[in-house]
Design a protein around this ligand. Structure first.
Ligand SMILES: CC(C)=CCC/C(C)=C/CC/C(C)=C/CC/C(C)=C/[C@@H]1[C@@H](COP(=O)(O)OP(=O)(O)O)[C@]1(C)CC/C=C(\C)CC/C=C(\C)CCC=C(C)C
Ligand code: MN
Length: 410
């Protein structure tokens, strides 16, 4: 199957391998669907208990302490603010349409069939690029799985901008245009079929735009930065490109009605799973990234281990490297552990795909160990039999009911 993943970055950059964007013309949008605008007030940052003075983007780093001094927030604190905001939105199930540019319309029958075609396209892309995950989504209700596919497709397209075949042509301006287009999607003015599915999704579920904006910010970061001074910087990058996925997914997957866990704790777990996945991804791809001149490892920790970029470019597995890698793997596992409790709190049909993705991704860490930490020239992967065994294990785990006692994030 050929599914066009060459993305519409601007009207003049439209590329359409299969013609499935035929109905797209500049200024002639496919759908007018509606969405809520998120007018969520800010909250205290739980960790560090500092009062934010700036709303919105996680880029604002200065906060006033209770004594009035200005202090710098860690990336974790900044990201936690987004978690609180998203959790508050879900709790209130806000459906304000006050500031919509396009007011909700009664869907016309023609639009409905176009919309179902749009979701079908998303399903095809998802089936093509993430087979196991796609299988897992089949357990979900049709509304939920369509929404997850639409989000998956938007994430995949965004990632392709910097990772795909056209990556060398991507500029910060192109990302700005992609962000403008995102704003249009959330305003009910999708540009193409795939966007239309997302526009519909965000009108049906309490999804906040901020994690989407933040993912684009992660792509900007990738364009301008190829080194990370410390884990704090790396954490922020991991949030942008993967933690955001967790925050986008939970409003769709839903929290089990009988769960007593706080909404914040579930969002925190979702964030942790995204971070764990991305850290694993980074550890798996050290050699591949180095060949592109990139080192996604904390420079200060490398130095403490007596290592430098040159050791990575040389690609020799030494005892220093093994011991450095052991610590990195340990950290990634902690994030997986943090995520586990949250999976059990999700609605029953959503647990299986999430458990499956958690178990499969975490095993990549085991494979790095099995490769004696040679992630320079050997790509750690989970074999088919191991994947197959993981699926019933994930299913068994998904049957564990949610906690009935109150769980809060640590
Ligand atoms: C069930 C499930 C996994 C749902 C998520 C569905 C979804 C919307 C996925 C989007 C994934 C995507 C395309 C992200 C774009 C950025 C990116 C590529 C990130 C990397 C993924 C791995 O992909 P790959 O190996 O193909 O990477 P390369 O581009 O080839 O390098 C990431 C490592 C991050 C993926 C992050 C997640 C899947 C987050 C998972 C968290 C949840 C679904 C929340 C679960 C809820 C609780 C409470 C734990
Ligand atoms: Mn990628």
């Amino acid at each position: 199957m050929s599914v066009a993943l060459l993305w519409v970055v601007s009207p003049c950059e439209v590329s359409n391998g299969t013609g499935f964007l035929d109905s797209v013309r500049e200024g002639n949008r496919v759908f007018d669907s509606s969405r809520h605008r998120n007018l969520v007030c800010n909250e205290r940052i739980k960790r560090g208990v500092k009062q934010r003075w700036n709303f919105g983007s996680v880029r604002s780093a200065m906060v006033a302490t209770p004594t009035g001094e200005m202090a710098t927030m860690t990336s974790e604190q900044k990201v936690y603010d987004v978690v609180l905001k998203q959790a508050a939105l879900v709790k209130r199930q806000l459906r304000s349409t006050d500031d919509l540019e396009v007011k909700p319309e009664i869907p016309l029958p023609g639009n409905l069939s176009l919309l179902s075609e749009a979701y079908d396209r998303c399903s095809e892309v998802c089936a093509e690029y993430a087979k196991t995950f796609y299988l897992g989504t089949m357990l979900m209700t049709p509304e939920r799985r369509g929404a997850i596919w639409a989000i998956y497709v938007w994430c995949r397209r965004t990632d392709e901008l910097v990772d795909g075949p056209n990556a060398s042509h991507i500029t910060p301006q192109a990302l700005d245009r992609w962000e403008d287009r995102l704003e249009d999607v959330f305003s009910g003015r999708p540009f193409d079929m795939l966007d239309a599915a997302l526009s519909d999704t965000v009108s049906q579920f309490p999804v906040d735009i901020q994690p989407f904006r933040d993912m684009i910010e992660g792509m900007r970061m990738d364009l301008r930065k190829s080194r990370y001074r410390n884990f704090d910087e790396l954490y922020l990058y991991c949030y942008y490109v993967a933690g955001t996925v967790g925050l986008m997914s939970v409003p769709i997957m839903g929290i089990a009605p009988d769960s007593k866990a706080t909404t914040e704790s579930v969002y925190n777990a979702a964030l942790a799973l995204g971070i764990a996945n991305q850290l694993t991804n980074i550890l798996r791809d050290v050699g591949e990234d180095a060949r592109r001149g990139r080192v996604y490892l904390p420079q200060d920790e490398l130095a403490q281990a007596g290592l430098s970029d040159n050791d990575i470019f040389a690609g020799k597995v030494t005892d220093k490297w093994r011991s450095f890698m052991k610590k990195q793997i340990q950290r990634a596992r902690k994030f997986f552990d943090e995520a586990e409790e949250g999976v059990t709190q999700l609605s029953s049909a959503s647990r299986w795909p999430v458990w499956a993705s958690l178990l499969l991704y975490r095993q990549i860490l085991d494979e790095i160990e099995a490769n004696d930490y040679n992630n320079f020239t050997r790509r750690a992967y989970v074999s088919k039999p191991k994947k197959l065994i993981s699926l019933p294990i994930a299913y068994a785990k998904s049957l564990v009911p949610p906690t009935r006692t109150l769980v809060t994030s640590s």
